[in-house]
Design a protein around this ligand. Structure first.
Ligand SMILES: CC(C)(COP(=O)(O)OP(=O)(O)OC[C@H]1O[C@@H](n2cnc3c(N)ncnc32)[C@H](O)[C@@H]1OP(=O)(O)O)[C@@H](O)C(=O)NCCC(=O)NCCS
Length: 174
């Protein structure tokens, strides 16, 4: 039977406290071969430091997590763009679900919460990118995101292989 989970928004202070758990999610995704900014030599300590750094940001970002009785297993960030000419846009970053919690709807629930968070910020244009043909590519398509285009050889996989990236956007109802 699928285990229940809940989605929660963390304050900056709560996210600092959760940095190790968030780091475990990030570490697991990289260890599982996901191209999310890091290479195969990425360590658990690197992952915790990454989250401590991210959660220091006082830029109004929303940090949304999926958690169950065993703790945090998924996360996504909604980051309001700071430039004065894009007061309506957010970037969606680090959508990550630990392998222990996949295929039970957590990423989809996080994306619903991310859209709500963007609305609460008064923003309506959401942008992200992902590895072309990856599980996340299917996720965003399912959630009704539009493909802006593909950039060939955009980034590296953890093992060093080049990968294409698809850029997506979603304009929320205004
Ligand atoms: C992509 C990721 C976040 C999906 O998390 P998840 O909780 O397993 O996804 P969900 O259970 O909510 O799935 C929602 C939809 O996404 C798509 N999807 C998810 N995993 C998929 C897979 N392995 N293959 C194909 N489609 C997939 C499906 O459309 C799915 O709907 P369905 O179950 O009705 O078919 C997860 O695989 C992950 O963390 N990957 C590594 C990190 C990463 O690449 N993040 C994206 C950065 S942009």
């Amino acid at each position: 039977m699928t285990r229940p989970f809940r989605i929660r928004s963390l304050s900056a202070e709560e996210a600092q406290i959760a940095a190790t758990a968030l780091g475990e999610v990030l570490f697991d995704c990289v260890a599982g071969g996901a191209s999310v900014g890091f290479m195969a030599d990425f360590t658990r300590q690197d992952a915790t430091v990454f989250w401590l750094d991210q959660t220091h940001c006082r830029d109004g970002r929303a940090i949304l997590v999926a958690e169950d009785d065993a703790g945090v297993f998924g996360v996504v960030q909604v980051i309001p763009v700071a430039t004065p000419n894009q007061p309506h846009r957010v970037d969606v970053s680090k959508m990550l679900v630990h392998r222990r919690g996949r295929r039970r709807g957590a990423a989809e629930a996080l994306m619903v919460a991310a859209e709500d968070a963007a609305r609460e910020m008064g923003r309506w244009l959401m942008v992200l990118d992902t590895v072309t043909g990856s599980p996340a590519d299917f996720l965003y398509e399912k959630r009704g995101w539009s493909r802006a285009g593909v950039i060939p050889d955009y980034a590296l996989m953890p093992d060093g292989a080049l990968c294409d990236a698809t850029f997506f956007y979603k304009a929320l109802d205004r």
